[in-house]
Design a protein around this ligand. Structure first.
Ligand SMILES: Nc1ncnc2c1ncn2[C@@H]1O[C@H](COP(=O)(O)OP(=O)(O)O)[C@@H](O)[C@H]1O
Ligand SMILES: [Mg+2]
Length: 273
């Protein structure tokens, strides 16, 4: 089987999971080829499937990316499917999912009083254009600027539980739980300081976290090759969804010995499907 490992023009070479994934695929009988999603010369129909992985430059070109996904999905088996990618690349999906989520105010006007605010655009990754501030006027100004740019804004209370408890990412392949990691907080004090190193620690989810993750996944009807459910705890301890990553999540493959093989086997069984 020939499968495209879909990536991006990567001057820094920082998809550090690629070789791990490709090696596991090969072990499962899948010949993977790294391909840039926006490479015009690719014949997608020459692949049995195309697996979206590190397409991390789509944020500024989301319409182009979604159009590409639909086109490509007509030529080969796109995983995850184009309809999923279209839905999942805009965090407005959080509004109607029907699961416990981080409280979110979807406007630059009438922002509730909170101790600290997180203001982010609905289309983002890696905390791009996301700020944390205790200053309500700063939160309002950033929200208004995002709206001025024609973007959908999300205003949330800053949950400081991410600093001690962390954000928990649960990884699923082919609908099966693989592993989970506790991730380090990305919004450092005051500003927009990011930790893009995806630093994390392997961790067993608690029962209540499993329950929310399974509830979240039950809301998606399409078959998924990969899913990452990102949870945080509210101050009262309730686990809530911060993000469901079905597009291009970092998979923390090297944190769990069996994870690359689970990923590869899920791919093979979906192709044999
Ligand atoms: N309400 C919040 N409270 C605390 N930290 C947050 C909050 N929202 C976002 N963050 C931090 O910013 C990171 C990025 O936000 P997220 O909503 O996951 O968007 P994306 O990963 O798509 O940029 C999170 O992983 C978390 O560390
Ligand atoms: Mg995130």
């Amino acid at each position: 089987m020939k499968v495209a490992y879909v990536t991006f023009a990567d001057p820094l070479g920082h998809d550090d999971e690629r070789e791990t994934a490709l090696a596991a695929w090969l072990g499962a009988g899948v010949e993977g080829t790294p391909v840039r999603w926006d490479d015009q010369d690719v014949d997608w129909s020459s692949f049995d499937a195309a697996v979206v992985r590190s397409t991390w430059d789509y944020i500024d070109r989301r319409d182009e990316f979604v159009a590409w996904a639909h086109r490509t999905g007509e030529r080969t088996r796109l995983l995850n499917p184009a309809t999923v990618l279209e839905w999942n690349t805009d965090k407005t999906y959080l509004r109607d999912l029907g699961v416990p989520t981080v409280p979110t105010h979807w406007s630059d006007e009438g922002i509730p009083e909170w101790d600290e605010y997180v203001v982010k655009p609905a289309i983002s990754a890696g905390a791009r254009d996301t700020i944390r501030t205790a200053d309500r006027a700063v939160a309002e100004a950033h929200a208004a600027e995002l709206v001025r740019q024609g973007r959908t804004v999300m205003v949330q209370p800053y949950l400081d539980t991410v600093e001690h408890e962390g954000e928990l990412s649960l990884l699923y392949f082919g609908g099966q739980f693989s592993h989970a990691v506790r991730r380090h907080p990305m919004l450092a004090g005051g500003g927009q300081e990011l930790d893009l190193n995806n630093r994390a620690t392997l961790r067993d989810p608690d029962t209540d976290q499993f329950e929310v993750a399974e509830l979240v996944l039950s809301k998606v009807s399409e078959e998924l090759l990969y899913a990452r459910v990102d949870l945080v705890r509210m101050p009262d301890g309730e686990p809530v969804l911060i993000e469901l990553e079905l597009t291009e999540p970092y998979l923390f493959l090297r944190y769990e010995l069996d994870a690359p093989d689970l990923f590869a086997n899920a791919l093979v069984s979906m192709l044999r499907g």
